[in-house]
Design a protein around this ligand. Structure first.
Ligand SMILES: [Zn+2]
Ligand SMILES: [Zn+2]
Length: 220
């Protein structure tokens, strides 16, 4: 459990890196991806946060290492609202997409959850308390991959979960889309990148180096 900037934390890794934002409002806590097990969420009590106050969970894409714990989270917190892009939504709301979601690789049975909202188009903004969560469509790794940008005290924090890939037909990966998406992210000039499997990357120069490096090794 590590504070990245005020009210934004890297909780730890459970399949993927899981991040949480405290909106300091009635909207409570916002999770960026859910990971594979809820157990890890107990860590947030160390900084005085209560897992029961997780009211929102933004899913960056449909992969099992980011979504497996969703149904348990809903069991614990009936009020929790999930968000994902429309193009990845079916595999989150239905069972039977095990090669897409990589559930079959992990040997995990995915339990579907209903979304509060299917995000559409290039950009949707979700206002929660004082924070605006910009959900940017960044297809490539999967068709409905999103990256989430928030600004805290003029610091731009980008949750770009699987920027590094990998890219497979079974995921619906597309390297042309990926190149365009990564260019979109470079143009944001984020100060901090919270990645799905590489943890927290900063400052801005390292963020662009990381993104460019992966663009170079994944040309169509
Ligand atoms: Zn993934
Ligand atoms: Zn991942």
């Amino acid at each position: 459990m590590k504070e990245i900037v005020k009210s934004v934390y890297h909780i730890g890794d459970s399949g993927c890196s899981v991040y949480i934002v405290n909106t300091n409002s009635k909207e409570g806590l916002v999770l960026i991806d859910c990971g594979m097990s809820l157990e890890m969420l107990n860590k947030i009590s160390k900084v005085g946060l209560n897992p029961k106050n997780i009211n929102h969970c933004i899913l960056t894409h449909f992969h099992i290492d980011h979504t497996a714990a969703c149904s348990d989270l809903r069991k614990m917190n009936k009020q929790v609202r999930f968000y994902a892009h429309d193009l990845d939504a079916d595999a989150i709301e239905e069972s039977g997409h095990d090669s897409k979601t990589a559930a079959s690789w992990y040997g995990v049975e995915y339990k579907p959850v209903k979304l509060e909202k299917r995000l559409e188009g290039d950009l949707e903004k979700i206002q929660l308390g004082q924070y605006e969560f910009q959900c940017i469509h960044t297809p490539g790794h999967t068709p409905g991959s999103i990256s989430v940008l928030i600004e805290v005290d003029n610091i731009k924090i980008l949750f770009g979960q699987d920027i590094h890939g990998p890219f497979y037909k079974s995921f619906g990966s597309n390297l042309d889309d990926y190149q365009k998406s990564m260019q979109k992210l470079l143009n944001l000039n984020a100060d901090i990148l919270c990645e799905g499997h590489y943890g927290v990357i900063k400052p801005a120069s390292e963020v662009s180096r990381f993104i460019r490096g992966h663009m170079d090794s994944n040309r169509p």
